[in-house]
Design a protein around this ligand. Structure first.
Ligand SMILES: [Zn+2]
Length: 121
C-alpha cells in the first residue's frame, strides 16, 4: 500500500510553510526518516531547528497523482487535523461553535466538522 501524508510543523521551519505533503510506499519508515532529519529538505531543516512535527493526516491508497492533486489544491490547513482542532478550539473559545462560522482555516464548522475531501471539489 502507498500513502500520501501531511506533516504539520508547530513552528514553520521556512517562512510561513507550516506543512509538508509527501508520498511513500512505506509510511512507517518515511515518518521515522522525517523525524530523524533524514527526510526531505524541509523536514531536515525542521528537525535541525527543533520544530515539532505532527503526522496530521494520511491518505491510504495514495498515489503520485493524488499527491500532485493535493499539492495543487493548496488546502493544507483544511486537510490538517492539527489546524482543524486549533480552529475548533478557537471557535469554542470565542463561543461561536454550534453555528456555522468561517474559521481561519477556511473550513465551515457546523455540528459535525468535516475534513476537506478532494473528491468533493
Ligand atoms: Zn496544520
Amino acid at each position: 500500500m502507498a500513502w500520501c501524508y501531511l506533516i504539520h510543523f508547530d513552528s514553520p521551519p521556512r517562512g510561513k510553510q507550516r506543512h509538508y505533503l509527501g508520498y511513500t510506499s512505506n509510511l512507517a519508515q518515511r515518518w521515522g526518516d522525517h523525524q530523524a532529519g533524514h527526510g526531505s529538505d524541509l523536514t531536515k531543516l525542521a528537525a535541525k531547528q527543533g520544530a515539532r512535527m505532527t503526522l496530521a493526516r494520511v491518505w491510504p491508497n495514495g498515489s503520485r497523482d493524488l499527491e500532485i492533486k493535493l499539492k495543487q489544491s493548496g488546502h493544507f490547513e483544511r486537510n490538517c487535523a492539527v489546524c482543524m482542532m486549533n480552529a475548533i478550539a478557537e471557535a469554542l473559545t470565542v463561543g461561536e461553535f454550534g453555528r456555522e462560522v468561517n474559521v481561519r482555516v477556511g473550513a465551515k464548522i457546523n455540528r459535525r466538522p468535516d475534513m476537506y475531501n478532494p473528491d468533493n471539489e
